[in-house]
Design a protein around this ligand. Sequence first.
Ligand code: GP9
Length: 413
Amino acid sequence: DEQDVHEYIDEYINRTDLVHKDTFGLAKDKNIIVLQMESIHNFVIDLKVNGQYVTPVLNDLVLNDSFYFNNYFEQVSTGNTSDAEFISNNSFYPSSNVQTYSRYEENEFTAFPSLLKEQKGYSTFIFHGFEAEFWNRENFYTTQGIDHFVSMEDLEQDEIIGMGISDGSVFRQSMDYLVDTDKPFYAKYVTLTSHTPFRMEEDFKFLDLPEAYQDTLVGDYLQTVKYLDKMIGQFIENLKKHNLYEDSIIILYGDHKGLRVEEEETNELVSKLLGEPFKEGEMYKVPLIAHIPGSNVDETIETVGGMVDFYPTFANLVGLDLDGVPMLGRNLFNAKEGFSVIKNPLGRGSFVDDEKIFLMSSDGVFENSTAWDRVTREPVSLDDCKEGYKRALRHLKLSEYILDNNLITSSSN
Ligand code: GP9
């Protein structure tokens, strides 16, 4: 029953572990700028093609005044990009069966932006270059504490790339809102230009690709990643120009995979870039960077984590009180062991931990599953995976149950 659910959660997350003394409140009262980057894999960080870095701006961020989480996994389900938003802001898994933003718009939540408003008086924004009704965002965002959802309909449609307004234009147009609003603010950008099928006009392509990558999905993907990186660089310069940079923390993460191991040509071309076979361990891994100007932090956090850990990790960094807030994530600054449920699809119980990756078989038979060591890539005994598999399934079912019964806010009320 409801009490059992909350008791389980309290025991699992162990509330004292949600606070990490050394980093608690390090970004207190700063503006919080979150860039949820469409289709960005972690392997693009530091990647060179034809002698050019694909993400020079992100590479630079990783090395200066930042925490870089280099074993961070996406955990989205049928709601794809909207699921990435949901997990990050609520620290629960989305439904494995239905689209969470549509099915659960009547539920109550204690989301990250809501808590920022409630405890610290933040003004809250989301910027996105596509239609407000897509993924039912216009309705769902009100449950998340978002005051201002600025979508395609509110912006000048002055530069369209792919399915919506270009990332560069959204960044540029958002500046007036940030300048004019009360501080501190929380501003999330759900970027769009690097959306599959990654087609752009020549004017927006800044990489000189090797011949084998030209006119391929991988080549087109890399061009959109390079474009986004460049626009992030311009956005940061703009923040500096408007005196918003020094008082902000900028958090960037990839929302979900863009390229698939199952596609033959893609696999071949990405494997060449990686210097090893492109497998699920890389496919589901997305970058997470927290850049705090002037902080002098420079740390790579290698603990395996997933989007479900986003909320407790950054609530710690900005100094929120999570007492009574139910969640299934851990604070990655002090998590004792790495663990992340991964898709394949989400409801199946696949996971990754500090040593291994376990992929549940598509026929649902545990004995037919595969598991391998993350470093040596040698097979791992399935017996060693039972505990992680059960934990993954338990947390997915628990999230489903909590959503179905509208239990997220209960213990904090
Ligand atoms: C659409 C955009 C893309 O608004 O967020 O969503 P996706 O198709 O990647 O889930």
